[in-house]
Design a binder for this molecule. Structure first.
Ligand SMILES: Cc1cc2nc3c(=O)[nH]c(=O)nc-3n(C[C@H](O)[C@H](O)[C@H](O)COP(=O)(O)OP(=O)(O)OC[C@H]3O[C@@H](n4cnc5c(N)ncnc54)[C@H](O)[C@@H]3O)c2cc1C
Length: 473
């Protein structure tokens, strides 16, 4: 083996995963087709659960400094969603360019000494019972083979890894000819986010926090190929129609057209090869969830692959990656699809009905909690295994401990047993587990997985037998 795990793609998904694997002591190499960093920013919204995942890795403060927080989302002209109600310290979304998120993740990977081979394109792969062989090509045409115990395709929506596995990517197109412009505004909107659709036009404006603004504009009457040239005047004109003003749109640093598909691969794992991020699912940018979902795929997969490489994680544990993340991907496709379809309603009556109904529904606390929980991913949980406490699989907030906070204790990819005071600990603890005492007593011991979800709930008497089987100690 050249390495334990090969990660294909140094986007946000691949970088977070590579960092987690390295932190767990796994030998990992990243192969990236691009020769240099990309300064084109697709994603600009980092949601609450991603901020919590970054906090677990000690990176949240660093990323927060690069952007601006938005507490209230405006889904349609009049419908507001207050993220401040979320049960987290991150009751907002962070607006920051995708390259800032990638830089923070890349810095961690570099500090951990992970080789990131830039300008290396993966062409294909084959696998056998012991490992996976990947064929690559560099810009000068030289081909090389690498062998690893596991491979993760985090190579984006056009994933070569997915194609090499022969997997379909079923779905359909949701929106064509969306215009994107990163611009300066001389008269920016008073609200942090401005969004509206009228008849055949739709526009969305959000600040990056550094004087630049991201504009999406769409014109039903002018649907052209992504490669058609785009002038700022077209973006201005559609924005004026949708929002009543172009906010003094001036200099543009990026203008492009894009389309969005809604697709999901049916299997996230084939033998020793896994798919994560856009390689496994894609949808429209409405809701800003693509990059966020990819990073959380990585957080789910990292510790499981680490366990497999270390010898205690079996096939069944690796299978839980698909079992847990595929339903989340499906839910994200559904919710982002609903947002974009509702935003694009054509008739005035349809839009009025949408606004009234959404406004009324979102006043109901359970609907509001479901909407904010889904968009921020704070509300996602995994299914508890049969016979387990029903809380197993749920997200664990950053609990106050007698000393410090839970997310600090999770740093380094460890399991954390929360609950017992020093004299009551079910000793000896497995080598993968640290124990901490909560600030307030709990009714049961909680075993928190490295990705911040509940892995087990029970009593000190029950723990040793369960842990012996789970950790194979
Ligand atoms: C306009 C727009 C706005 C968006 N806004 C948001 C938002 O606000 N919030 C959000 O969460 N998401 C948003 N998204 C989606 C987000 O950008 C993607 O979901 C995210 O980039 C996916 O990350 P990834 O790491 O899975 O894939 P990518 O970022 O696509 O990274 C894949 C990497 O793999 C490399 N690669 C590809 N093929 C190969 C190969 N054969 N060999 C080696 N390397 C390879 C690529 O060069 C690339 O670096 C938006 C998307 C668009 C288009």
């Amino acid at each position: 083996m050249d390495t334990d795990v090969l990660v294909v793609g140094a986007g946000p998904t691949g970088l977070l995963l590579a960092g987690d694997l390295a932190e767990a002591g796994v030998r990992v190499t990243v192969l990236e087709r691009r020769a240099s960093e990309s300064n084109m920013t697709r994603a600009f919204a980092v949601h609450a659960r991603s901020m919590e995942q970054l906090e677990i890795r000690g990176l949240a403060d660093q990323l927060a400094k690069t952007g601006t927080t938005v507490r209230e989302l405006r889904l349609f002209a009049t419908v507001r969603l207050d993220l401040g109600v979320l049960p987290t310290e991150y009751g907002s979304l962070l607006v920051t360019p995708q390259y800032q998120t990638e830089r923070v993740l890349r810095q961690r990977v570099d500090e951990l000494g992970v080789p990131v081979l830039a300008g290396v394109e993966v062409l294909g792969l084959t696998q056998d019972g012991d490992g996976v062989e990947v064929t690559t090509r560099t810009a000068d045409g030289a081909t090389t083979r690498y062998r690893a115990a596991y491979v993760v395709g985090a190579d984006g929506v056009g994933s070569t890894v997915r194609k090499a596995l022969g997997l379909p990517f079923p779905g359909h197109s949701v929106i064509k000819s969306m215009m994107l412009a990163d611009v300066r505004l001389s008269a920016p909107p008073a609200d942090v986010l401005a969004v509206n659709g009228v008849g055949d036009a739709f526009a969305f404006v959000a600040p990056f926090g550094d004087g630049w603004y991201r504009v999406f504009a769409w014109n039903r009457g002018h649907q052209v190929d992504d490669s058609a040239p785009l002038e700022l005047e077209e973006v201005r004109e559609v924005t004026r129609r949708a929002l009543g003003t172009d906010f003094g749109m001036g200099e543009a640093r990026w203008l492009s057209r894009f389309h969005s598909d809604e697709r999901q691969v049916p299997r996230y794992r084939v033998g020793r090869v896994f798919l994560a991020g856009d390689a496994a699912h894609c949808h429209s940018p409405a809701g800003g969830q693509g990059m966020n979902t990819g990073m959380q795929d990585a957080a789910n997969l990292g510790w499981k692959l680490g366990a497999a490489v270390r010898g205690w994680g079996d096939d069944a544990l690796l299978d839980t990656y698909h079992a847990e993340r595929h339903p989340v991907g499906r839910a994200v496709l559904r919710s982002s699809g609903a947002i974009i379809r509702l935003a694009m309603i054509r008739s005035r009556w349809g839009r009025a009905a949408r606004n009234t109904l959404a406004g009324l529904l979102l006043r109901l606390p359970p609907v509001r909690a479901a909407a904010t929980g889904s968009i921020s991913a704070i509300g996602f949980r995994y299914r508890a295994p049969r016979g387990a406490d029903r809380r197993v699989g749920s997200r664990v907030p950053n609990l106050a401990l007698r000393t410090g906070r839970l997310y600090d204790a999770l740093r380094g990819g460890r399991f954390v047993l929360v609950g017992a005071a020093a004299g009551e600990l079910p000793l000896p603890l497995p080598p993968q587990v640290d124990a901490v005492t909560p600030a307030r007593p709990l009714d049961r011991l909680l075993l928190v997985r490295p990705d911040g979800y509940l892995g087990w709930v029970g009593t000190a008497d029950e723990f040793p037998a369960w842990a012996r089987e789970y950790f194979r100690t």
